[in-house]
Design a protein around this ligand. Structure first.
Ligand code: HEM
Length: 405
């Protein structure tokens, strides 16, 4: 029988798009690139990297919801992880397809259940309040290093149940995530910086390093009970670190930056602390920490009437999709009362949608609402600086003054 998703031979190839999406100026200021990508069409081919790219909602939804034509097991970054010479760790959960993914996801979802996440709430609030005490003593702070990174490292290592010293942990995640992009100077430098910490990381993921009751320990227990394939639990440590650490730091950093630049939105959070979560959702709608999600095309097929070749990767550019004019009105505005911001594509879509999103939202809500209780105004005291990162959109430095309430 004819597969309706298979191509007919008359379909055209997508138009070429000749912008270097990994150039420094694009990484620093990506919005014009996202606009150009959407304007170029529903799907384009990018000859420089030998991939397709998508920036519209309909096609992004089609791709992320079809795990037969568009698979994750060739890697969710630019390169094919099945090629020899890969230097970064691979995720057995994210970079897998059904049925392997289904089994593992079911078990991991049981471990990271809503009950488990709720059990973290009071610890998050206590630690957020303690951090805010320290911050108010300082007055002038770096929203990335002193707030987002410090808070996330503190609570994340407790929840996952692994000792994560900042220097080595950040070097490993910076390497793993930059290597989701092209093998360029940036990713090779990240690899060099991480190399001295590889032995530490090997040890940090081991069974004996898992603190009882944390996600890592519960994952080892599930493996022992036969609910996860052998070797999976160890791999989850790097999956969690790569997936849940820089992303949450990045999301909290973007939220603080936008709240500092929009005092009227900060006033709303101070008046109603439940809006702390909405402030985060809207910030990562505008500035998704993950720039792009890749899939591999398994067979000749069509998207938006264009013929796509098997064996090529297709990138869904999340920020371009989140700013699709068909989705939102006034889409460039930071409006924490916006309906639908929580459903943006920042946490992905389909079977691989972010398993840690409840935790990430709880972390963000805890620190933002703890600040709102004690801080009447957040002011920028210098220009925010962005990381030149192959795969993520992250602040490097966010100089802030906190004015006590
Ligand atoms: C603001 C914070 C976060 C953002 C923006 C984010 C974003 C994402 C996105 C876009 C995906 C889908 C990737 C794809 O389809 O290729 C994903 C998947 C995933 N995330 Fe997150 N994430 C965040 C926090 C977390 C946290 C805190 C954890 C762990 C505690 C985590 C663990 C994972 C895992 C394990 C997957 C793979 C799920 C699967 O394949 O079934 N993430 N995340």
């Amino acid at each position: 029988m004819l597969d309706p998703k298979n191509t007919n031979s008359t379909a055209m190839s997508p138009p070429e798009f000749n912008v270097d999406m990994y150039a420094d100026e694009v990484l620093r200021n990506p919005i014009p690139f996202y606009d150009a990508l959407r304007d170029a069409g529903p799907v384009v081919s990018v000859p420089q990297y030998g991939v397709y790219a998508v920036g519209h909602t309909a096609e992004a939804t089609e791709i992320l919801n079809d795990n037969e034509r568009f698979i994750a097991s060739a890697g969710t970054g630019l390169v094919d992880i099945r090629d020899p010479g890969l230097l970064r760790p691979v995720s057995f959960l994210l970079e897998s397809d059904p049925p392997q993914h289904t089994l593992a996801r079911t078990t991991m979802q049981r471990i990271m259940s809503p009950v488990f996440v709720r059990s973290c709430q009071s610890m998050f609030i206590d630690r957020a309040e303690a951090l805010v005490d320290e911050l108010l003593d300082k007055g002038q702070v770096d929203g990335v290093g002193d707030i987002a990174e410090k808070f996330v490292l503190n609570v994340f290592s407790s929840v996952v149940g692994l000792e994560l010293p900042p220097g080595p942990a950040i070097a490993i995640t910076t390497m793993a995530l930059n290597m989701q992009g092209p093998m360029n100077e940036r990713s090779m430098q990240a690899y060099k910086d991480a190399e001295p910490h590889l032995a530490w990381f090997e040890q940090a993921q081991a069974r004996e390093s898992a603190i009882p009751g944390g996600i890592a320990d519960l994952t080892y227990q599930a493996e022992d009970a036969g609910n996860l394939p052998e070797g999976f639990a160890k791999n989850m440590a790097s999956t969690f670190l790569a997936g849940g650490f820089d992303s949450t730091i990045g999301g909290i950093g973007h939220t603080l930056n936008l709240l500092a630049q929009h005092p009227s939105q900060w006033d709303l959070v101070c008046a109603k602390s439940q809006l702390a979560r909405a402030a985060f959702n809207e910030a990562i709608r505008l500035n998704p920490p993950f720039r792009v999600i890749y899939r591999m095309i398994t067979r000749e097929t069509e998207v938006a009437g264009y013929r796509l070749e098997p064996g090529m990767k297709i990138g869904v550019w999340i920020c371009a999709v989140n700013r699709d004019p068909n989705l939102f009105e006034r889409l460039d505005e930071y409006d924490i009362t916006r309906k639908g911001a929580a459903a943006s594509m920042s946490f992905g879509m389909g079977i691989h949608n972010c398993i840690g999103q409840m935790l990430a939202r709880l972390e963000a809500e805890s620190i933002i609402s703890a600040l709102a209780k004690r801080v009447s105004r957040i002011e920028l005291t210098g220009e925010p600086e962005y990381q030149l990162h192959n795969h993520m959109y992250l602040l490097d430095r966010l100089p802030l003054r906190l004015i006590p309430a």
